[in-house]
Design a protein around this ligand. Structure first.
Ligand code: CP
Ligand code: NVA
Length: 306
């Protein structure tokens, strides 16, 4: 049966660990996997811009011996030229997998339901599972594990925050989320993460105080204050999020060696200062690189023959 990756909830802890194990091997020996997906094609249906997701999936697919096909918003014109279901059924006859970057998460669900091939969420307004998997892999690589690690997410309770919450809960990592009032992750997301956390021992804290969030954290993470599609809110948000910037003052409140993460693209001088982004504790580009390694593992798992 085909398997999709629309949200972290689609994966068991064992599957996440298996992806991470394969990622380590892929990083160590690129050549060994050069013929993992021969003759396979991955379609990237993107309704929003992208650097990391597009390039890492396309190059990753190429490195595994397969091809990729980028379809910009004008081409598929998702849900406008034909229904998402019809588009999904058609493309399933040509390619072996789809990465969908879209607005409403329901588009991912609709596409996955109709498609007969694996559908991977390359970012929706609700979640960004490939990002969170790469992030946790990066933390594990740097800190030799996730247990007893606390990640402080400071900023908007958005898609990236949701996926980090789900991923932390599932893997037993602790997470403290600090957002301004009205910008916390949705109650349903927190409830779901908390239910998983009860089984794994992960501690989840939702607060409005960025200083308390970073105090006992080993990793601090942020994302843009206005996500793609919310650009016209940026001036309002710059005021609301002013005290949630990752800067030297906030980090002075944390332990000496707090790692700094950002899914990128960063809006320097808004959610993060140059000083912090370019500091020696910043691992943002290792994180970006790991998108490709982790996604290659995901592609082998979902599109591979065994
Ligand atoms: N982090 C991330 O998904 O980057 P892009 O939007 O550039 O793909
Ligand atoms: N929250 C951001 C993430 C970009 C990778 C957005 O959705 O635009």
């Amino acid at each position: 049966m085909k398997k999709d990756l629309l949200s972290i909830g689609d994966l068991t802890l064992a599957e996440i660990n298996s992806i991470f194990k394969l990622t380590e091997q892929l990083k160590k020996d690129k050549k060994k996997f050069a013929k993992s997906l021969p003759g396979k094609t991955l379609a990237l249906i993107f309704q929003k811009p992208s650097n990391r997701t597009r390039v890492s999936f396309e190059v990753g697919m190429y490195q595994l011996g397969g091809n990729s096909l980028y379809l910009s918003p004008q081409e598929i014109n998702l849900g406008v030229r034909e229904t998402i279901g019809d588009a999904a059924k058609t493309i399933s006859r040509y390619v072996d997998g789809v990465v969908l970057r879209t607005f409403e998460h329901k588009n991912c669900l609709d596409m996955a339901e109709a498609a007969t091939i694996p559908v991977i969420n390359g970012l929706s307004d609700f979640s960004h599972p490939c990002q969170a998997l790469a992030d946790l892999f990066t933390i594990q690589e740097k800190l030799k594990g996730l247990n007893k690690v606390t990640l402080a997410y400071v900023g908007d309770g958005n898609n990236v925050c949701n996926s980090l919450l789900f991923a932390a809960a599932k893997t037993g990592m602790n997470i403290s989320v600090a957002t301004p009032k009205g910008y916390a992750p949705a109650e349903e997301v927190v409830k779901q993460a908390q239910a998983t956390a009860e089984e794994t021992g992960s501690q989840i804290v939702i607060t409005e105080d960025p200083f308390s969030a970073v105090k006992s954290a080993q990793v601090v993470y942020t994302d843009v204050w206005a996500s793609m599609g919310q650009e016209d809110e940026i001036n309002k948000r710059k005021i609301i999020f002013r005290d949630y910037q990752i800067n030297a003052k906030l980090l002075a409140n944390a332990g000496q060696k707090i790692l700094v993460m950002h899914c990128l693209p960063a809006h320097r001088s808004e959610e993060i200062t140059d000083e912090v982004m370019d500091s020696e504790n910043s691992i943002v580009f290792d994180q970006a690189e790991n998108r490709m390694h982790v996604q290659k593992a995901i592609l082998i798992k979902l599109l591979g023959d065994n």
